[in-house]
Structure formats: C-alpha cells, structure tokens
Design a protein around this ligand. Structure first.
Ligand SMILES: Cc1cc2nc3c(=O)[nH]c(=O)nc-3n(C[C@H](O)[C@H](O)[C@H](O)COP(=O)(O)OP(=O)(O)OC[C@H]3O[C@@H](n4cnc5c(N)ncnc54)[C@H](O)[C@@H]3O)c2cc1C
Length: 336
C-alpha cells in the first residue's frame, strides 16, 4: 500500500506493473543498461537502493573517456538524466530481495512493498563492502563501525581517535580525510607494505596524527552504547593491544553477494561473482548481469567497463525479447 502511494505519486510505477526490462541497481552498469534499453524502446525500470553506487564513495573521476575531469556526483547525474531522457524510470530507496519466474514472466519483489513484473531482468548490483567478520562488528554497525570514511567521516569531527583498517587507496584516503576531523587516527594493516598508490602512502607517512599499526589484525570491537576500543593482534609477536577509539572504519574492499545470487539460482564463479558469457547472459534465460557483480573483467573494475557491460546486457535483453516475440515497440516511448 505504502509503495503504491509512494510510487504512484512520485515515480509513476504501480504495484504489479509489467515492464519489458527491470534493471536492479543504479550504478554505472545499471544506468547505462537503462539508457540503452530505453533507447531500444523497451519499457524500462531501474530499481535501486541508491543512485550512483560506488561513485558515491569518491569525489573526482578523471578517467571516463570524453569527459575529462568530472565530479563523481556530476557523472552520476549525467548517467541518470541520460537514461531518463529516453524515458527509463528510476526508482530508488528499494532493496530487491527476490526475482522468480512465475508463468513465464519474472516477478521482482523487495523492500517498501516493491512488487513488479518483467519480461527480462538485468542485475547490476555491484558488490558489497567486505567485512572483517570479528566479534562486535555487526553489533556496533552504525554505532561506531563504518565502511565508508568519505560518507561517515564528518560525523566524527572533534572526536579523540578512530581506527581505519586496510592498506588500499580507500583506506589511506580515508585515514587522510579522518586525520583532519579527529585527534588521532590508527591505520591498521595486516601487512607491512601498502597496496595504495605511492602518493597516498607518502602523505599518510608525513601526517603526524596518523599512527601506523602494521602487521596487525583486528580481533574484536568492544564498547557499550558505541564503539570504545578495538583489540588488535600483532601477527609477528602475537601481542594483543587495546586501542581506545570512538569509531572504526573498515576499508578492506568489496566482495560479491554470493549467497543472494545462489539463492536466486544464479551460477557464480569460484569467487562468488555471477557467471556471464560475453553477451552478459547468465545461466537463467532472460536474466542478464552487468558491472562489478559479474565474473567478467575481474581486476579491471571501472566506470567505463561497468557502463560497457550495461550496454551489452541491454542489447542482449533486447535480442532475447525480440527472438521470443516478447518485444513490441511502445509508440509512446518514441516521443522524445
Ligand atoms: C572509492 C572508489 C573510487 C573509485 N574511483 C573510480 C574512478 O576514478 N574511475 C573509475 O572508472 N572507477 C572508479 N571506481 C570504480 C567504479 O566506481 C565501479 O567499478 C563502478 O561503480 C561499478 O559499477 P556497478 O554499476 O557495477 O556497481 P555499483 O557502482 O556498485 O552500483 C551498484 C548499485 O546496485 C544497488 N544495489 C545493490 N544491491 C541491491 C539490491 N538488492 N536491490 C536494489 N539495488 C541494489 C546499489 O545501491 C548501487 O546503486 C571507484 C570505486 C570506489 C569504491
């Protein structure tokens, strides 16, 4: 009911409505797929938790061809408006939980009472933040445990100290950012060398209020109402040290939503990414996948590659619908 009211008024999507293509995820892959799908005159809906996906975690993009240096939020806005220009609908604030075939058509359901039908589905859900899987992590999530320094860092302004975990660009960028907000930052890394770009490493080493805690792993996160300390174990000496902190930022990368994919019946590779062929087809006829959630081009996860996969997935969905005789151009979608 809530969704019917919300969607009816705000997004023009009704419960039970049928689309040619429903795209799950509004990151670069999903929005690119939406632009292409709508341009093929397919009735297209993008449903997502947010718009922009991982681009919300960064400020500048310098390597999207043709655009030079652009703020990440501008790039997201361009992706979205380009898809909408061709009449794709973009519905946000919904987490899709199930996709099942019923009487030859896919039924897609999710939070907020979301419930629509689609002749073809494109999954473009990216990947989710890797967890430490230590005691206290889940308990204190949102109460001092964060997975995004850029998003949550400002909330810690004026605090005494925080910990950042990781050795890549995100962790070091996060530590640098946080060192401007809090008195002290402990940068905890399990190795003695960083994977991050030398530029970040140099800056981190030069920053007086960042203390490096190397060759160390977090064993547990403790506190009462909010995080108060983390227990860190040195991997070489075995020594356990409690660090007093007001928060901990876990920046150790991303991992695929393996369990969910398997629950949906999608075949995954050994790492848990959705297996796709070169046309972005999954093992389920009518379901395609694109972007960081797939087994394609692992090791080169970029906006341009995600967008390319989205375009291919939309083309494949179009071909699939045409071959099955499920495609009829919508005259109302011809008007631009
Ligand atoms: C800090 C950082 C900086 C980066 N900088 C660059 C850069 O400069 N240049 C570059 O090319 N690349 C960069 N990247 C990589 C690039 O952002 C990703 O490769 C790209 O965003 C992947 O796009 P995607 O659409 O596959 O996934 P995502 O961007 O992860 O989008 C996935 C979308 O799916 C939604 N979603 C997930 N699960 C569900 C669900 N169950 N129901 C509904 N919606 C769901 C999410 O809300 C999100 O909107 C950067 C990444 C990070 C983290």
């Amino acid at each position: 009911m809530g969704l019917r009211l919300r969607m009816g008024k705000r997004e023009g999507v009704a419960r039970g409505e049928t689309f040619d293509v429903v795209i799950v995820g509004a990151g670069p892959a999903g929005l690119s797929a939406a632009m292409y799908s709508a341009r093929f005159l397919l009735k297209t809906l993008v449903v997502s938790q947010d718009v922009g996906g991982q681009l919300n975690l960064t400020n500048l993009v310098e390597d999207y061809p043709g655009l030079g240096r652009i703020s990440a939020s501008d790039l997201v806005a361009r992706f979205k408006s380009h898809a909408e220009e061709f009449k794709a609908k973009v519905l946000t604030g919904v987490r899709v939980s199930d996709i099942r075939r019923e009487d030859g058509i896919f039924r897609i359901t999710g939070s907020q009472g979301f419930d629509v039908k689609a002749k073809a589905v494109i999954i473009a859900v990216g990947s989710e933040r890797r967890k430490l899987r230590v005691p206290g992590e889940e308990e204190f999530q949102g109460r001092g445990v964060s997975y995004c320094s850029i998003c949550d860092g400002p909330l810690f302004k004026g605090r005494k100290s925080v910990a950042v975990v990781g050795g890549g660009d995100s962790a070091l960028e996060g530590a640098l950012l946080l060192s401007g907000y809090v008195g002290k930052v402990y940068l905890i890394h399990r190795r003695d060398k960083f994977r991050a770009k030398p530029y970040y490493v140099e800056q981190v080493r030069a920053r007086s209020n960042i203390e490096l805690v190397l060759n160390s792993v977090v064993e547990r996160i403790e506190g009462s109402e909010t995080v108060e300390r983390v227990i860190v174990r040195n991997k070489i000496t075995g020594e356990r040290i409690p660090l007093s902190v007001d928060g901990i930022f876990i920046e150790i990368g991303f991992e695929p939503m393996r369990e969910w994919f398997e629950k949906l019946g999608l075949e995954v590779d050994e790492r848990g990414y959705i297996k796709v062929d070169e046309w972005m087809r999954t093992n389920i006829e009518g379901i395609f996948a694109a972007g960081d959630c797939t087994s394609a081009w692992i090791g080169f996860r970029q906006v341009v590659t995600a967008a390319a996969m989205g375009a291919v997935a939309a083309y494949s969905a179009y071909n699939y619908l045409s071959e099955k005789g499920l495609y009829q151009p919508k005259v109302e979608l011809l008007t631009r």
